[in-house]
Design a protein around this ligand. Structure first.
Ligand code: FES
Length: 117
């Protein structure tokens, strides 16, 4: 049953699915990409690539304008300065808000992503 659901969604049984439209060697970040038909935004951090949902969970500002902070461990929305941990998306100055975050890995030249929150 799990396999069936995964096949339908395009993700493997661990939740990884191929990213499309992502250029890891691009000069400019953040960068838009698609994961299972959903647009996400990818940041290049000191700890590797990290994806986030396109819009801030507060009032939907684009996270393309998000700023990496705290040694690249957090992302700050510039509109009202809500700040989210890139480890799990939890808001650090905005209780109850959570940003969807995606981990990213490379497998045989293909970049894959899956949600962590
Ligand atoms: S829209 Fe992002 S903090 Fe308000």
């Amino acid at each position: 049953m799990d396999g069936e659901a995964s096949a339908l969604s395009g993700a493997d049984h661990d939740g990884w699915a191929p990213l499309s439209g992502f250029k890891a060697d691009a000069d400019s970040f953040p960068q838009r990409a698609r994961l299972l038909g959903e647009g996400i935004i990818i940041f290049r951090t000191k700890n590797g690539f990290r994806g986030v949902e396109r819009a801030c969970p507060h009032m939907k500002a684009t996270m393309m304008e998000g700023e990496l902070t705290a040694n690249d461990s957090m992302l700050r929305c510039p509109l009202h300065v809500f700040t989210f941990r890139l480890s799990d998306g939890k808001g650090v100055n905005c209780p109850g808000f959570r940003l969807r975050v995606f981990e990213i890995r490379e497998d045989a030249g293909q970049f894959l992503a899956r949600p962590v929150s």
